[in-house]
Design a protein around this ligand. Sequence first.
Ligand code: DQA
Length: 145
Amino acid sequence: MKILIINGPNLNFLGRRKEEIYGQMSLEEINQRLVEKAKALDMQVEFFQSNSEGEIIDRIQQAADVYDGLIINPGALTHYSYALRDALESLSVPVIEVHLSNIFAREDFRQKSVTAPVCAGVITGFGWRSYLAALEVFHQWVSQL
Ligand code: DQA
C-alpha cells in the first residue's frame, strides 16, 4: 500500500512557527516518524510539500493511479481553495484531510474547510499524531480490521 502525504503552505516552517499551536517538531521530524510507522505497518509513504497552490494541484494530478490513498494537510488553503478542492475531488482514491491544530477551536475563518467535503474524513487537533492516525486508518481500511 502506497500513500502520498502532502503538506501545503507554511508547513515547511513547523518547529519555527507558533509552537504553542503547532508543536516543536519540524516537518522532517514528523515525516521521519511516519516513515517508521509505515515500515511497521508494511506500507510505503512518499512526501510532498509546497507553498504554492499550483504545484500542489500538479502533484495531486500526477498522483492519480499511482497511490492507494492521500493524506493532505492543505494549511490555509483548507479554508478557501476551491481549485484544490476540485483537484482532490477528481481523484478516485480516498483522501484523508489532517490538521495539527483543532481548526474548530480556532478563529472563525479556520473553522470552515472547503476541502473536507471531498475527503473521506478529517483528523484535526492531535498535533503530528493526526498524520499518524490517518496512516493507521488507511492500514485498517485495507486490512479490513
Ligand atoms: C493547519 C491549520 C490551518 O488553519 C493553518 O493555516 C495551517 C495549519 C493545521 O495543521 O492545524 O497552516 O492546517
